[in-house]
Design a protein around this ligand. Structure first.
Ligand code: ATP
Ligand code: MG
Length: 448
Protein backbone atom coordinates (compact mmCIF):
# COMPACT_ATOMS: atom_id res chain seq x y z
CA UNK A 1 0.00 0.00 0.00
CA UNK A 2 2.95 2.25 0.76
CA UNK A 3 4.43 1.74 -2.63
CA UNK A 4 1.08 2.68 -4.14
CA UNK A 5 1.03 5.87 -2.10
CA UNK A 6 4.57 6.64 -3.30
CA UNK A 7 3.54 6.08 -6.90
CA UNK A 8 0.64 8.44 -6.40
CA UNK A 9 2.99 11.07 -5.04
CA UNK A 10 4.97 10.99 -8.27
CA UNK A 11 2.34 10.41 -10.91
CA UNK A 12 3.39 9.60 -14.42
CA UNK A 13 1.62 12.16 -16.53
CA UNK A 14 0.01 10.84 -19.65
CA UNK A 15 -1.09 13.41 -22.22
CA UNK A 16 -3.69 12.15 -24.64
CA UNK A 17 -3.71 14.41 -27.71
CA UNK A 18 -6.90 15.69 -29.28
CA UNK A 19 -7.06 13.07 -32.02
CA UNK A 20 -6.72 10.17 -29.57
CA UNK A 21 -9.73 10.84 -27.36
CA UNK A 22 -13.42 11.38 -27.96
CA UNK A 23 -14.08 14.69 -26.22
CA UNK A 24 -15.58 17.18 -28.60
CA UNK A 25 -16.24 20.84 -27.79
CA UNK A 26 -19.77 20.52 -29.11
CA UNK A 27 -20.62 18.40 -26.06
CA UNK A 28 -19.29 21.01 -23.65
CA UNK A 29 -21.71 23.70 -22.55
CA UNK A 30 -21.29 27.14 -24.10
CA UNK A 31 -20.95 28.65 -20.66
CA UNK A 32 -18.11 26.30 -19.69
CA UNK A 33 -16.30 27.03 -22.97
CA UNK A 34 -16.61 30.78 -22.40
CA UNK A 35 -15.10 30.45 -18.93
CA UNK A 36 -12.26 28.27 -20.20
CA UNK A 37 -11.42 30.58 -23.11
CA UNK A 38 -11.60 33.76 -21.05
CA UNK A 39 -9.23 32.37 -18.40
CA UNK A 40 -6.89 31.13 -21.07
CA UNK A 41 -6.88 34.43 -22.95
CA UNK A 42 -6.04 36.21 -19.71
CA UNK A 43 -2.92 34.06 -19.46
CA UNK A 44 -4.10 31.48 -16.92
CA UNK A 45 -4.18 27.72 -17.25
CA UNK A 46 -7.75 26.51 -17.70
CA UNK A 47 -9.02 22.95 -17.67
CA UNK A 48 -12.32 21.18 -17.63
CA UNK A 49 -12.01 18.66 -14.82
CA UNK A 50 -13.61 15.92 -12.76
CA UNK A 51 -16.95 14.29 -13.49
CA UNK A 52 -17.49 16.26 -16.70
CA UNK A 53 -14.29 14.91 -18.31
CA UNK A 54 -15.09 11.42 -17.03
CA UNK A 55 -18.65 11.51 -18.40
CA UNK A 56 -17.58 13.03 -21.75
CA UNK A 57 -14.99 10.29 -22.21
CA UNK A 58 -17.71 7.73 -21.48
CA UNK A 59 -19.90 9.33 -24.12
CA UNK A 60 -22.38 10.73 -21.61
CA UNK A 61 -23.80 14.21 -21.12
CA UNK A 62 -22.42 15.82 -17.97
CA UNK A 63 -24.97 17.71 -15.91
CA UNK A 64 -22.41 20.11 -14.53
CA UNK A 65 -19.09 21.40 -15.76
CA UNK A 66 -16.26 22.14 -13.37
CA UNK A 67 -13.23 24.19 -14.27
CA UNK A 68 -9.80 24.10 -12.61
CA UNK A 69 -7.30 26.90 -12.99
CA UNK A 70 -4.16 28.43 -11.54
CA UNK A 71 -5.99 31.76 -11.13
CA UNK A 72 -6.96 32.45 -7.51
CA UNK A 73 -10.64 33.05 -6.68
CA UNK A 74 -9.99 36.79 -6.47
CA UNK A 75 -8.32 36.76 -9.88
CA UNK A 76 -11.25 34.82 -11.32
CA UNK A 77 -13.64 37.36 -9.85
CA UNK A 78 -11.81 40.19 -11.61
CA UNK A 79 -12.23 38.45 -14.97
CA UNK A 80 -15.97 37.78 -14.77
CA UNK A 81 -18.69 40.27 -13.96
CA UNK A 82 -21.15 37.42 -13.36
CA UNK A 83 -19.00 35.83 -10.67
CA UNK A 84 -19.44 35.27 -6.96
CA UNK A 85 -17.09 33.67 -4.49
CA UNK A 86 -18.55 30.99 -2.26
CA UNK A 87 -17.60 28.47 0.41
CA UNK A 88 -15.45 28.64 3.49
CA UNK A 89 -14.36 25.06 3.80
CA UNK A 90 -13.60 24.99 0.10
CA UNK A 91 -13.44 28.46 -1.41
CA UNK A 92 -14.30 28.72 -5.09
CA UNK A 93 -15.79 30.94 -7.76
CA UNK A 94 -19.19 30.51 -9.35
CA UNK A 95 -19.58 32.04 -12.78
CA UNK A 96 -23.25 32.38 -13.60
CA UNK A 97 -24.81 32.27 -17.07
CA UNK A 98 -28.58 32.28 -16.75
CA UNK A 99 -29.58 28.99 -15.17
CA UNK A 100 -26.11 27.53 -15.56
CA UNK A 101 -23.37 27.83 -12.96
CA UNK A 102 -19.78 27.01 -13.82
CA UNK A 103 -17.73 26.13 -10.77
CA UNK A 104 -14.20 27.46 -11.06
CA UNK A 105 -11.75 26.06 -8.51
CA UNK A 106 -8.15 27.07 -8.03
CA UNK A 107 -5.67 24.16 -8.03
CA UNK A 108 -5.40 22.84 -4.48
CA UNK A 109 -2.07 21.93 -2.95
CA UNK A 110 -1.25 19.58 -0.11
CA UNK A 111 -0.39 22.41 2.25
CA UNK A 112 2.96 20.80 2.99
CA UNK A 113 5.12 22.96 0.79
CA UNK A 114 6.76 26.02 2.27
CA UNK A 115 5.15 29.38 1.86
CA UNK A 116 1.90 27.83 0.69
CA UNK A 117 -0.78 30.43 0.39
CA UNK A 118 -4.25 29.98 1.79
CA UNK A 119 -5.24 27.62 4.55
CA UNK A 120 -5.68 23.91 5.08
CA UNK A 121 -6.93 22.45 8.34
CA UNK A 122 -7.13 18.83 9.32
CA UNK A 123 -8.89 17.83 12.53
CA UNK A 124 -8.74 14.17 13.59
CA UNK A 125 -7.66 13.25 10.06
CA UNK A 126 -10.62 15.11 8.58
CA UNK A 127 -10.12 17.98 6.17
CA UNK A 128 -12.19 20.83 7.57
CA UNK A 129 -10.70 23.50 5.37
CA UNK A 130 -8.94 23.12 2.05
CA UNK A 131 -7.81 26.47 0.71
CA UNK A 132 -4.13 25.99 -0.04
CA UNK A 133 -3.35 26.79 -3.64
CA UNK A 134 -1.02 24.45 -5.46
CA UNK A 135 -0.04 22.95 -8.79
CA UNK A 136 -2.18 20.90 -11.15
CA UNK A 137 -0.25 17.76 -10.14
CA UNK A 138 -1.15 18.33 -6.50
CA UNK A 139 -4.70 19.16 -7.46
CA UNK A 140 -5.01 15.80 -9.22
CA UNK A 141 -3.78 13.93 -6.14
CA UNK A 142 -6.33 15.36 -3.73
CA UNK A 143 -9.27 14.33 -5.90
CA UNK A 144 -11.15 11.22 -4.86
CA UNK A 145 -11.15 8.62 -7.66
CA UNK A 146 -8.68 8.20 -10.46
CA UNK A 147 -11.44 8.53 -13.06
CA UNK A 148 -12.29 11.93 -11.51
CA UNK A 149 -8.79 13.34 -11.86
CA UNK A 150 -8.48 13.96 -15.59
CA UNK A 151 -8.12 17.42 -17.10
CA UNK A 152 -9.21 18.64 -20.52
CA UNK A 153 -6.83 21.37 -21.61
CA UNK A 154 -8.54 24.18 -23.52
CA UNK A 155 -5.22 25.42 -24.93
CA UNK A 156 -4.59 22.33 -27.07
CA UNK A 157 -7.69 20.13 -26.48
CA UNK A 158 -5.61 17.33 -24.98
CA UNK A 159 -6.57 15.29 -21.92
CA UNK A 160 -4.10 15.11 -19.04
CA UNK A 161 -4.22 11.95 -17.00
CA UNK A 162 -2.03 12.16 -13.89
CA UNK A 163 -3.09 9.06 -11.98
CA UNK A 164 -4.27 6.37 -14.38
CA UNK A 165 -7.87 7.45 -14.82
CA UNK A 166 -7.98 6.34 -18.46
CA UNK A 167 -7.05 2.82 -17.47
CA UNK A 168 -9.84 2.73 -14.86
CA UNK A 169 -12.39 4.03 -17.37
CA UNK A 170 -11.41 1.14 -19.59
CA UNK A 171 -11.62 -1.34 -16.70
CA UNK A 172 -14.86 0.28 -15.50
CA UNK A 173 -13.61 0.40 -11.94
CA UNK A 174 -13.44 3.09 -9.24
CA UNK A 175 -10.03 3.23 -7.62
CA UNK A 176 -9.21 5.76 -4.94
CA UNK A 177 -6.17 7.96 -5.26
CA UNK A 178 -3.84 7.23 -2.34
CA UNK A 179 -4.44 5.11 0.73
CA UNK A 180 -8.16 4.39 1.06
CA UNK A 181 -8.52 4.61 4.84
CA UNK A 182 -6.69 7.94 4.93
CA UNK A 183 -8.82 9.33 2.14
CA UNK A 184 -12.06 8.26 3.85
CA UNK A 185 -10.93 9.68 7.18
CA UNK A 186 -10.22 12.99 5.45
CA UNK A 187 -13.76 12.96 4.10
CA UNK A 188 -16.14 10.09 4.95
CA UNK A 189 -18.61 11.25 2.27
CA UNK A 190 -16.19 9.76 -0.25
CA UNK A 191 -17.57 6.35 0.76
CA UNK A 192 -21.03 7.42 -0.39
CA UNK A 193 -19.56 8.92 -3.54
CA UNK A 194 -18.03 5.52 -4.31
CA UNK A 195 -21.42 3.82 -4.03
CA UNK A 196 -23.21 6.57 -5.94
CA UNK A 197 -20.74 6.73 -8.82
CA UNK A 198 -20.57 2.93 -9.07
CA UNK A 199 -24.38 2.91 -9.40
CA UNK A 200 -24.50 5.83 -11.81
CA UNK A 201 -21.71 4.61 -14.09
CA UNK A 202 -22.26 0.87 -13.72
CA UNK A 203 -18.67 0.55 -12.48
CA UNK A 204 -17.32 -1.78 -9.84
CA UNK A 205 -15.58 -0.52 -6.71
CA UNK A 206 -12.00 -1.65 -6.41
CA UNK A 207 -11.58 -4.12 -3.52
CA UNK A 208 -9.08 -1.85 -1.74
CA UNK A 209 -11.53 1.07 -1.95
CA UNK A 210 -14.43 -1.03 -0.62
CA UNK A 211 -12.53 -2.78 2.18
CA UNK A 212 -12.74 0.05 4.77
CA UNK A 213 -16.51 0.61 4.45
CA UNK A 214 -17.48 -1.52 7.43
CA UNK A 215 -14.85 -0.10 9.74
CA UNK A 216 -15.05 3.53 8.66
CA UNK A 217 -18.76 3.74 7.79
CA UNK A 218 -19.56 4.99 11.32
CA UNK A 219 -17.57 8.16 10.50
CA UNK A 220 -20.52 9.18 8.33
CA UNK A 221 -22.26 10.08 11.59
CA UNK A 222 -19.84 13.00 11.82
CA UNK A 223 -20.48 14.30 8.32
CA UNK A 224 -22.60 17.45 8.07
CA UNK A 225 -26.29 16.41 7.86
CA UNK A 226 -26.97 19.13 5.26
CA UNK A 227 -24.27 17.69 3.03
CA UNK A 228 -25.69 14.20 3.46
CA UNK A 229 -29.09 15.52 2.41
CA UNK A 230 -27.55 16.87 -0.83
CA UNK A 231 -25.68 13.63 -1.34
CA UNK A 232 -28.92 11.64 -0.79
CA UNK A 233 -30.67 13.65 -3.49
CA UNK A 234 -27.81 12.96 -5.90
CA UNK A 235 -28.13 9.26 -5.12
CA UNK A 236 -31.90 8.92 -5.22
CA UNK A 237 -33.31 11.70 -7.38
CA UNK A 238 -30.97 11.66 -10.35
CA UNK A 239 -32.41 8.75 -12.31
CA UNK A 240 -30.40 5.93 -10.74
CA UNK A 241 -32.02 5.75 -7.30
CA UNK A 242 -32.79 2.04 -7.31
CA UNK A 243 -29.24 1.17 -8.34
CA UNK A 244 -27.84 3.52 -5.70
CA UNK A 245 -30.03 1.91 -3.05
CA UNK A 246 -28.90 -1.58 -3.97
CA UNK A 247 -25.29 -0.47 -4.11
CA UNK A 248 -25.53 1.17 -0.67
CA UNK A 249 -26.93 -2.06 0.75
CA UNK A 250 -24.34 -4.18 -1.01
CA UNK A 251 -21.57 -1.94 0.35
CA UNK A 252 -23.03 -2.14 3.86
CA UNK A 253 -23.39 1.64 3.95
CA UNK A 254 -27.18 1.93 4.08
CA UNK A 255 -27.24 1.39 7.84
CA UNK A 256 -24.98 4.38 8.43
CA UNK A 257 -27.08 6.75 6.36
CA UNK A 258 -30.61 5.41 6.86
CA UNK A 259 -30.46 3.30 10.03
CA UNK A 260 -34.25 3.04 10.32
CA UNK A 261 -34.58 1.78 6.74
CA UNK A 262 -31.86 -0.80 7.24
CA UNK A 263 -33.46 -1.91 10.53
CA UNK A 264 -36.93 -2.32 9.03
CA UNK A 265 -35.55 -4.25 6.06
CA UNK A 266 -33.55 -6.50 8.36
CA UNK A 267 -36.79 -7.64 9.97
CA UNK A 268 -37.15 -9.59 6.75
CA UNK A 269 -40.24 -7.92 5.36
CA UNK A 270 -40.31 -8.71 1.62
CA UNK A 271 -43.35 -6.52 1.04
CA UNK A 272 -41.43 -3.58 2.44
CA UNK A 273 -38.50 -4.27 0.16
CA UNK A 274 -40.89 -4.41 -2.80
CA UNK A 275 -42.42 -1.08 -1.75
CA UNK A 276 -39.04 0.65 -1.43
CA UNK A 277 -37.73 -0.75 -4.70
CA UNK A 278 -40.94 0.07 -6.59
CA UNK A 279 -40.96 3.59 -5.13
CA UNK A 280 -37.39 4.17 -6.24
CA UNK A 281 -38.03 2.65 -9.68
CA UNK A 282 -41.08 4.90 -10.19
CA UNK A 283 -39.02 7.92 -9.19
CA UNK A 284 -36.25 6.95 -11.62
CA UNK A 285 -38.80 6.62 -14.41
CA UNK A 286 -40.16 10.08 -13.66
CA UNK A 287 -36.67 11.58 -13.74
CA UNK A 288 -35.95 9.92 -17.08
CA UNK A 289 -39.22 11.33 -18.44
CA UNK A 290 -38.22 14.79 -17.23
CA UNK A 291 -41.03 15.01 -14.68
CA UNK A 292 -40.74 16.65 -11.29
CA UNK A 293 -39.84 14.56 -8.26
CA UNK A 294 -39.97 15.48 -4.62
CA UNK A 295 -37.64 14.49 -1.80
CA UNK A 296 -40.71 14.18 0.46
CA UNK A 297 -42.11 11.18 -1.41
CA UNK A 298 -38.68 9.58 -1.58
CA UNK A 299 -38.01 9.86 2.15
CA UNK A 300 -41.59 8.81 2.94
CA UNK A 301 -40.85 5.61 1.01
CA UNK A 302 -37.49 4.98 2.66
CA UNK A 303 -38.77 5.47 6.22
CA UNK A 304 -42.21 3.92 5.86
CA UNK A 305 -41.36 0.48 7.32
CA UNK A 306 -40.11 1.88 10.58
CA UNK A 307 -42.93 4.42 10.96
CA UNK A 308 -45.59 1.83 10.24
CA UNK A 309 -44.13 -0.78 12.60
CA UNK A 310 -43.72 1.76 15.37
CA UNK A 311 -47.26 3.09 14.90
CA UNK A 312 -48.68 -0.44 15.03
CA UNK A 313 -46.65 -1.12 18.15
CA UNK A 314 -48.04 1.99 19.84
CA UNK A 315 -51.60 1.12 18.83
CA UNK A 316 -51.15 -2.40 20.21
CA UNK A 317 -50.02 -0.75 23.45
CA UNK A 318 -53.34 1.09 23.68
CA UNK A 319 -52.52 4.44 22.03
CA UNK A 320 -55.14 6.23 20.00
CA UNK A 321 -54.43 5.63 16.29
CA UNK A 322 -53.96 9.29 15.29
CA UNK A 323 -51.65 9.93 18.16
CA UNK A 324 -49.71 6.74 17.48
CA UNK A 325 -49.04 7.71 13.85
CA UNK A 326 -48.04 11.26 14.80
CA UNK A 327 -45.68 9.99 17.49
CA UNK A 328 -44.14 7.35 15.24
CA UNK A 329 -43.55 9.90 12.47
CA UNK A 330 -42.01 12.39 14.89
CA UNK A 331 -39.65 9.82 16.33
CA UNK A 332 -38.49 8.31 13.04
CA UNK A 333 -38.09 11.69 11.31
CA UNK A 334 -36.26 13.04 14.36
CA UNK A 335 -33.79 10.18 14.33
CA UNK A 336 -33.25 10.42 10.57
CA UNK A 337 -32.67 14.17 10.61
CA UNK A 338 -29.72 13.74 12.93
CA UNK A 339 -28.00 12.07 9.98
CA UNK A 340 -29.61 13.58 6.94
CA UNK A 341 -31.01 17.08 7.36
CA UNK A 342 -34.36 16.80 5.57
CA UNK A 343 -35.81 20.33 5.45
CA UNK A 344 -39.00 20.90 7.42
CA UNK A 345 -41.13 21.55 4.33
CA UNK A 346 -40.42 18.00 3.21
CA UNK A 347 -40.82 16.27 6.57
CA UNK A 348 -44.18 18.01 6.88
CA UNK A 349 -45.33 16.47 3.60
CA UNK A 350 -43.92 13.08 4.61
CA UNK A 351 -45.94 13.15 7.81
CA UNK A 352 -49.05 13.99 5.81
CA UNK A 353 -48.49 11.16 3.33
CA UNK A 354 -48.14 8.70 6.22
CA UNK A 355 -50.97 9.99 8.35
CA UNK A 356 -53.37 9.84 5.39
CA UNK A 357 -52.74 6.10 4.92
CA UNK A 358 -55.19 4.84 7.60
CA UNK A 359 -57.81 7.21 6.21
CA UNK A 360 -57.92 5.28 2.94
CA UNK A 361 -59.59 2.49 4.90
CA UNK A 362 -62.56 4.65 5.86
CA UNK A 363 -65.16 4.67 3.12
CA UNK A 364 -68.08 6.66 4.47
CA UNK A 365 -69.34 9.31 2.09
CA UNK A 366 -68.09 12.41 3.92
CA UNK A 367 -64.69 10.95 4.72
CA UNK A 368 -64.08 9.77 1.18
CA UNK A 369 -65.03 13.13 -0.31
CA UNK A 370 -62.89 14.96 2.22
CA UNK A 371 -59.89 12.76 1.52
CA UNK A 372 -60.27 13.19 -2.24
CA UNK A 373 -60.14 16.96 -1.76
CA UNK A 374 -57.08 16.85 0.48
CA UNK A 375 -54.15 18.80 -1.00
CA UNK A 376 -51.88 15.82 -0.40
CA UNK A 377 -54.32 13.23 -1.79
CA UNK A 378 -52.30 12.56 -4.95
CA UNK A 379 -49.04 11.81 -3.16
CA UNK A 380 -50.79 9.76 -0.47
CA UNK A 381 -52.67 7.77 -3.14
CA UNK A 382 -49.46 7.06 -5.07
CA UNK A 383 -48.05 5.86 -1.80
CA UNK A 384 -51.08 3.62 -1.21
CA UNK A 385 -50.47 2.01 -4.60
CA UNK A 386 -46.92 1.15 -3.57
CA UNK A 387 -48.37 -0.75 -0.60
CA UNK A 388 -50.06 -3.31 -2.83
CA UNK A 389 -47.51 -5.94 -1.81
CA UNK A 390 -48.51 -5.68 1.85
CA UNK A 391 -51.69 -7.70 1.41
CA UNK A 392 -54.38 -8.56 -1.17
CA UNK A 393 -56.71 -6.26 0.76
CA UNK A 394 -54.32 -3.36 0.32
CA UNK A 395 -54.23 -4.04 -3.39
CA UNK A 396 -58.03 -4.01 -3.50
CA UNK A 397 -58.01 -0.75 -1.62
CA UNK A 398 -55.73 0.78 -4.22
CA UNK A 399 -58.06 -0.34 -7.00
CA UNK A 400 -61.06 0.98 -5.11
CA UNK A 401 -59.58 4.46 -4.73
CA UNK A 402 -58.30 4.46 -8.26
CA UNK A 403 -61.81 3.96 -9.48
CA UNK A 404 -63.39 6.27 -6.93
CA UNK A 405 -61.44 9.26 -8.15
CA UNK A 406 -62.49 8.66 -11.73
CA UNK A 407 -66.22 8.76 -10.95
CA UNK A 408 -68.17 11.99 -11.22
CA UNK A 409 -68.67 13.52 -7.78
CA UNK A 410 -72.44 12.86 -7.61
CA UNK A 411 -72.18 9.27 -8.80
CA UNK A 412 -69.54 8.58 -6.20
CA UNK A 413 -71.45 10.32 -3.41
CA UNK A 414 -74.59 8.32 -4.24
CA UNK A 415 -72.68 5.02 -4.17
CA UNK A 416 -71.19 5.58 -0.74
CA UNK A 417 -72.75 4.83 2.64
CA UNK A 418 -73.35 7.93 4.71
CA UNK A 419 -72.26 6.30 7.94
CA UNK A 420 -70.83 3.14 9.55
CA UNK A 421 -68.00 0.94 8.49
CA UNK A 422 -65.47 3.61 9.39
CA UNK A 423 -61.99 2.42 10.15
CA UNK A 424 -62.36 -0.89 8.30
CA UNK A 425 -61.97 -2.25 4.82
CA UNK A 426 -64.49 -0.89 2.35
CA UNK A 427 -67.71 -2.89 2.24
CA UNK A 428 -67.88 -4.70 -1.10
CA UNK A 429 -71.47 -3.54 -1.53
CA UNK A 430 -70.48 0.03 -0.98
CA UNK A 431 -67.52 -0.05 -3.28
CA UNK A 432 -68.05 1.98 -6.44
CA UNK A 433 -66.02 -0.49 -8.45
CA UNK A 434 -67.94 -1.51 -11.55
CA UNK A 435 -65.29 -2.05 -14.08
CA UNK A 436 -62.03 -3.12 -12.46
CA UNK A 437 -59.16 -1.69 -14.30
CA UNK A 438 -55.71 -2.57 -13.19
CA UNK A 439 -53.59 0.50 -12.84
CA UNK A 440 -49.92 0.00 -12.16
CA UNK A 441 -48.38 2.09 -9.37
CA UNK A 442 -47.56 4.50 -12.05
CA UNK A 443 -44.45 6.45 -12.75
CA UNK A 444 -46.81 8.93 -14.35
CA UNK A 445 -48.79 9.71 -11.25
CA UNK A 446 -47.29 12.78 -9.75
CA UNK A 447 -46.21 12.77 -6.16
CA UNK A 448 -47.14 16.25 -4.99
P1 ATP B 1 -21.47 13.98 -10.66
O1 ATP B 1 -21.69 13.13 -11.83
O2 ATP B 1 -22.38 13.68 -9.56
O3 ATP B 1 -21.39 15.46 -10.94
P2 ATP B 1 -18.73 14.35 -9.99
O4 ATP B 1 -17.58 13.40 -9.86
O5 ATP B 1 -18.62 15.38 -11.05
O6 ATP B 1 -20.03 13.50 -10.12
P3 ATP B 1 -18.92 16.58 -8.23
O7 ATP B 1 -19.49 16.65 -6.86
O8 ATP B 1 -19.52 17.36 -9.31
O9 ATP B 1 -18.92 15.04 -8.59
O10 ATP B 1 -17.38 16.90 -8.07
C1 ATP B 1 -16.55 17.29 -9.15
C2 ATP B 1 -15.15 16.74 -8.97
O11 ATP B 1 -14.58 17.25 -7.76
C3 ATP B 1 -15.04 15.23 -8.81
O12 ATP B 1 -15.03 14.60 -10.05
C4 ATP B 1 -13.75 15.07 -8.06
O13 ATP B 1 -12.64 15.24 -8.90
C5 ATP B 1 -13.78 16.25 -7.11
N1 ATP B 1 -14.43 15.92 -5.84
C6 ATP B 1 -15.74 16.07 -5.51
N2 ATP B 1 -15.99 15.68 -4.27
C7 ATP B 1 -14.80 15.27 -3.76
C8 ATP B 1 -14.39 14.76 -2.51
N3 ATP B 1 -15.26 14.59 -1.52
N4 ATP B 1 -13.08 14.45 -2.34
C9 ATP B 1 -12.20 14.63 -3.34
N5 ATP B 1 -12.53 15.09 -4.53
C10 ATP B 1 -13.81 15.42 -4.76
MG1 MG C 1 -19.95 16.96 -11.39
Amino acid sequence: MNSEARNDARPALRIIPREQHTISRKNISKAALRVLYRLNEAGYDAFLVGGAVRDLLLGGHPKDFDVATNATPDEVKKLFRNCRLIGRRFRLAHVVYGPEIIEVATFRGTGEEEGAEGERRIVDGRIVRDNVWGTIEEDALRRDFRVNAMYYDISDFSVRDYVGGMQDLQDRVLRLIGEPATRYREDPVRMLRAARLAAKLGFSIDAAAAAPFEELGPLLAEAAPARLFDESLKMFLAGHGLKSFRMLEQCGLLKFLFPATARALRRGDEALRALVEQGLANTDARVVEGKSVTPAFLFAVLLWGEVRDLAHHLVAGGKDANEAWARAALQVVGEQCQRVAIPRRFTFTMEEIWSLQPRFEQVQRKKVLRLLAHPRFRAAFDFLLLREHESPAMRELGLWWDHAQQLPHDTLAAALPSHGGGGNEPEPAAAPVRKRRRRKPSAKSKPA
